[in-house]
Design a protein around this ligand. Structure first.
Ligand SMILES: Nc1nc(=O)c2c([nH]1)NC[C@@H]1CN(c3ccc(C(=O)N[C@@H](CCC(=O)O)C(=O)O)cc3)C=[N+]21
Length: 291
C-alpha cells in the first residue's frame, strides 16, 4: 500500500470544533442559539441512527436541536404542515427532512416546501440553481465535505482533471458544479458512460458516488490520483465504499476510507450550513471562508 489515508473523521472533528466556537459567539451576538430541526418519518433503523448522531453533534456544537419523529403512515398534508410551522419558527435556522421518505409521500413536494433560506441540505431547486450560477446559497453537505477534503489535500484545484462517477442531485451533480467552480476540468460519468476506466485513468481527482460496493478498481487509476469514496455499502463484515480499497490504495496518492472518510464530513458540513443560515437569518456578519 502506498496511498496516504485521508482522515475525514479527524478533519470533521476539527470542523465541528470550529463551528462550536463560532456558534458560541453567535449566541452572544444574537441572544439565541442557532437551531437545526430534523424531521424523521417512519422507523427505518439506519435513519434513526443518523438522526440521533446529528442531534448529538448539534448539541455538542452549542446549537439547538429540534427532533420531529412522525409515524410511518403520516399523511402528506401533515408533513407539509410541519414544514410550514418550521419555516415560520424563528428559533429554527435549518430544516432537514431525512430521506428517503416512505413510498406514499411525495419527496419532491416536501423539499420544494422548505424555505430555501433554511434548506441546509441544499436540496431545494433554488439552491441547486444558486450553486449552478455561482450565487450564495446552501451546498449539499456531502459534496461540500468532499471539496473541503480535496482542498486540504491538494491546495488549489485549478486545472486538475476530475472525474465524478454518479449523477444524483444529492452528490454527483453538485460535486461536478463545485469542482467546475474550483476550475477543475470535470467529467461527470454515470451508468451509461462508455469505457469508464479510460476516463478514470486520466483523472487527478476521482469522486465515486455510485452506490455499488467496490465498483471502482485500483487498476483504473492514474498513479498518484486523489480518490474520494462517497459510497456507504453494507456488506457481510461491515461497511465498504464504492472503491475497491485494497487495489486502489496501491495506486492512488491519497484515498478516503469507509467508514471514517466522507461520512463524518457530511454531518460536520450540516452543522456548518446551519450556523451560516443562522447568521444570515439573524443579520449577524460571518466570515464564511474562515469556517
Ligand atoms: N435529508 C437528508 N440529508 C442527509 O444528509 C442524509 C439523508 N437525508 N439521508 C441519509 C443520508 C446518509 N447520511 C450520512 C451521514 C453521515 C454518515 C456517517 O457519519 N458515516 C460514518 C459511520 C457510518 C456507520 O458506522 O454506520 C462514516 O462513514 O464513517 C453516513 C451517512 C446522510 N444522509
Amino acid at each position: 500500500m502506498t496511498a496516504q489515508i485521508i482522515d475525514g473523521k479527524a478533519f470533521a472533528a476539527a470542523l465541528r470544533a470550529r463551528v462550536g466556537g463560532v456558534a458560541t459567539a453567535f449566541e452572544t451576538a444574537s441572544g439565541r442559539k442557532a437551531g437545526l430541526a430534523v424531521v424523521l418519518v417512519g422507523e427505518d433503523p439506519a435513519s434513526a441512527v443518523y438522526v440521533r448522531s446529528k442531534g448529538k453533534a448539534t448539541l455538542a456544537a452549542n446549537m439547538a436541536s429540534f427532533e420531529h419523529k412522525l409515524p410511518a403512515d403520516t399523511a402528506q398534508a401533515d408533513l407539509i404542515a410541519l414544514v410550514d410551522r418550521l419555516n415560520a419558527d424563528p428559533a429554527v435556522d435549518g430544516i432537514l427532512v431525512q430521506l428517503p421518505l416512505p413510498a406514499h409521500l411525495d419527496e419532491q413536494a416536501v423539499l420544494l416546501r422548505i424555505n430555501p433560506n433554511k434548506d441546509v441540505d441544499g436540496f431545494h431547486p433554488v439552491n441547486a440553481g444558486r450553486l449552478a450560477t455561482g450565487l450564495p446559497g446552501f451546498v449539499p453537505c456531502t459534496p461540500l465535505g468532499c471539496l473541503m477534503l480535496l482542498q486540504d489535500q491538494l491546495g488549489d484545484l485549478s486545472g486538475k482533471e476530475a472525474v465524478v462517477i454518479g449523477r444524483s442531485n444529492i452528490v454527483g451533480k453538485p460535486m461536478a458544479a463545485l469542482l467546475t467552480a474550483a476550475s477543475c476540468t470535470v467529467t461527470l460519468a454515470h451508468s451509461r458512460t462508455r469505457d469508464l476506466a479510460a476516463h478514470v485513468s486520466r483523472a487527478d481527482i476521482v469522486v465515486a458516488a455510485v452506490g455499488r460496493a467496490g465498483f471502482v478498481k485500483g487498476e483504473w487509476l492514474k498513479p498518484g490520483a486523489t480518490v474520494i469514496d462517497v459510497g456507504i455499502n453494507r456488506v457481510e463484515g461491515g461497511l465498504v465504499g464504492d472503491v475497491e480499497f485494497d487495489s486502489a490504495a496501491c495506486v492512488a496518492g491519497a484515498i478516503t476510507p469507509v467508514p471514517g472518510g466522507v461520512g463524518p464530513m457530511t454531518i460536520a458540513c450540516l452543522l456548518r450550513n446551519t450556523l451560516v443560515a443562522a447568521h444570515r437569518n439573524a443579520g449577524v456578519e460571518l466570515d464564511e471562508a474562515a469556517l
